[in-house]
Ligand binder design. Structure first.
Ligand SMILES: O=P(O)(O)OC[C@H]1O[C@H](O[C@H]2O[C@H](CO)[C@@H](O)[C@H](O)[C@H]2O)[C@H](O)[C@@H](O)[C@@H]1O
Length: 385
């Protein structure tokens, strides 16, 4: 099977590595067996306790907060009254030469998928539901729910979210799927294929809400008391900052600043920094107008994809093509895993140009739904052949 990718469709931001990856993707080569769990899952990050360093760190966070929140109308140039939306369109179209649309490249994707089982991994916020001001109101539409349900009848499908697993399950409400919450630090998967994890201290067998036997993997379980403590401190320290909210995602905490005036972002950065200084075993990552505090462990959404592939019996890369769809920085770990392990494709959901480890792009959740529906149509037609 010739899987050669046309040169123009090669979505390569860093030409060297992406081209070499593409050539090794053709055809997929068997992956060397690797140990999923490193013995030292805990990473150590030295954190000095001087005031100057705190200021420097908070200033760096502030830069990151600002750069990750470009005002859509000004992007990709600075404020320019002459600039109209067609400039933005041109920039976006140029970007899609490197990250082709998964819809216009659909035939290419299904060509790669022929003879393999597709496995789908879907982020939640910004992917299945539109980004909204109130995180508690980030509902997915009924149309999207039925698209996800239909796709999950044909392909193993998992949701991998930064939310707590319970919360994301509440939003999605489909029993047919597999769920990983807290950026992959809380995974419920079927017992089938879970032998590799038997005896792992963070892996327990239980019966899920539907009465099915399941495996629960929580690599950061020892951090729960610390997360609860830091959540309480963050609620307290941000209480008087108008618009700031703190969300407890069980193994990680989100500090939202979407509704905070930009002049107060620095205060948030400084206060979160002051709290985090007391917790050297926690670290901060950035999301979409959110600061995410999480344990310093060697685990992320990429590791969660690897875990799920293994526990679902889908780890043979000759037979399975995983596709991961996500919009956030934390999804990059999953894109990177699929790219570096030569396993499958990341699809970045973004309406503005962004550097990414994904191969393809989709503009927004509506296009995600269109893509999922196209997969169902394709697979159904294929089944009738
Ligand atoms: O991994 P995800 O499922 O994408 O979760 C990442 C974070 O998503 C949520 O925050 C984001 O969506 C909110 C609702 O649209 C929005 O108000 C917020 O600004 C976004 O950052 C969620 O609330 C966070 O806890 C997740 O970590």
């Amino acid at each position: 099977m010739d899987l050669k990718t046309p040169v123009l469709a090669d979505p390569a931001p860093i030409k060297k590595s992406r081209l070499s990856l593409h050539s090794s993707l053709l055809p997929y080569s068997p992956q060397p067996q690797r140990a999923l769990f490193t013995t030292g899952m805990l990473l150590s990050i030295p954190r000095k306790k001087t005031g100057v360093l705190d200021d420097v760190r908070a200033a760096a966070w502030l830069d990151s907060m600002k750069s990750s929140s470009p005002p859509p109308k000004k992007f990709p140039y600075d404020a320019n009254p002459e600039q109209d939306s067609s400039d933005v369109d041109v920039a976006y179209r140029a970007w899609t030469l490197n990250y082709p649309s998964a819809i216009t490249s659909f035939e290419q994707i299904t060509h790669f998928a022929k003879g393999k089982r597709l496995a789908l991994f879907l982020d939640y916020d910004g992917t299945l539901s539109p980004i909204v001001d109130n995180p508690d109101m980030a509902f997915m539409s009924e149309d999207m729910r039925s698209a996800v349900k239909n796709v999950s009848k044909l392909f193993p499908t998992a949701i991998i979210s930064g939310r707590s697993r319970d919360k994301v399950y509440e939003f999605v409400g489909l029993t047919e799927l597999f769920y990983a919450g807290s950026h992959g630090m809380d995974i419920m998967s079927p017992v089938k294929g879970s032998d590799a994890f038997n005896g792992h201290p963070n892996c327990v067998k239980l019966t899920d809400k539907q009465g099915k036997e399941a495996v629960l993997f929580q690599p950061a379980s020892e951090f729960v008391p610390m997360i609860e403590e830091v959540y309480a401190s963050l609620v307290e320290t941000t209480r008087e900052i108008k618009g700031a909210t703190v969300e407890n995602n069980k193994f990680c905490v989100s500090v939202h600043y979407r509704n905070v005036e930009e002049k107060n972002w620095k205060t948030i950065a400084l206060r979160v920094c002051a709290i985090l200084k007391e917790y050297p075993r926690l670290r901060l990552t950035h999301g979409r107008k959110v600061l995410e505090i999480r344990p310093v462990i060697n685990w992320n959404k990429g590791k969660a994809v690897e875990f799920l592939l293994e526990s679902l019996g889908l780890s043979d890369s000759d037979e399975v093509l995983p596709i991961y769809v996500g919009d956030d920085r934390t999804d990059e770990d999953a894109f990177k895993f699929l790219r570096e392990e030569n396993r499958g494709y990341g699809i970045l959901v973004s309406s503005i140009p962004k550097e990414s480890n994904a191969f393809y792009s989709l503009k927004n959740p509506s296009e995600v739904m269109e893509f999922l529906k196209a997969l169902v149509t394709w697979k159904s037609g294929f089944a009738l052949d």
